[in-house]
Ligand binder design. Structure first.
Ligand code: AMP
Length: 216
């Protein structure tokens, strides 16, 4: 099964992607994580993408599709969750074509929703562990010891693009470029909205219900 997760930044789709992947033994393609790994590795692709992430705008499709294509081919026949890809109509069409080449399609597209001020609140308070990736929120889920990860003791950091001005830009980009995917996937009869409010466990129940897969 191929599942697309999309929604504004801070809505928790990365967390849900991990929970679903664990439950279903599927793989995840997180475009943001792949890009940040390229930037850390200082690869040519990372050098090109870095400034776009820093400003909170979309990386050009040509680079994104290069990253996505390999992963799609590698996961032929596997369950795969697309987290943060596609992010505009052009990418959605390219994804449909890449999957069609291997006789597959997007089976479900889940669009997460949450009020804007809650998104901003979540993102401005978000910290991640630079060693294991665990997420914290200074407000709702603070670490036991300030600055270090409860799980592995790693140093906690703030994402470069989790600054209020950049967050507002990312939200604008979402509305202008990504939101039209709701209409696109509705027209393909694979779209479901997921209310992203409440605990991650509660949201996970809603996600599994929209996937409508047998997961007992
Ligand atoms: P995320 O980790 O999903 O919040 O993505 C962080 C940043 O990576 C975004 O603000 C964009 O700059 C870039 N990015 C991630 N996925 C895509 C995509 N599918 N298309 C273009 N840019 C992307």
């Amino acid at each position: 099964m191929k599942v697309v997760l999309f929604g504004p930044p801070g809505v928790g789709k990365g967390t849900q992607a991990q929970l679903v992947a664990e439950k279903m033994a599927w793989n995840i393609m997180s475009m943001g994580d792949l890009l940040r790994a390229e930037i850390r590795a200082k690869s040519p692709l990372g050098e090109e993408a870095g400034d776009f992430l820093h400003r909170g705008v979309l990386v050009p499709d040509e680079l994104i599709l290069r990253v996505a294509d390999d992963c799609i081919v590698e996961n032929r026949g596997n369950g795969l969750i697309f987290d943060g890809f596609p992010r505009n109509l052009n990418q959605a069409i390219a994804l449909a074509q890449a999957l069609a080449r291997q006789n597959e399609m997007v089976d479900r597209a889940l669009g997460f929703s949450l009020p804007t001020e809650e998104l901003v609140q979540r993102l401005t308070n978000r910290l991640y562990c630079s060693k294991c990736g665990e997420l914290y929120n200074l407000h709702s889920r603070p670490p036991t010891q300030a600055g270090s990860c409860d799980a592995c003791g790693g140093k906690l950091a703030r994402r470069d693009d989790d600054r209020e001005q950049v967050i507002r830009e990312r939200l604008k980009v979402y509305d202008a470029e990504t939101k039209p995917l709701i209409e696109y996937y509705t027209s393909l009869s694979v779209y479901h909205t997921v209310d992203a409010s409440g605990t991650k466990e509660k949201v996970f129940e809603r996600v599994m219900a929209s996937l409508d897969v047998n997961h007992a």
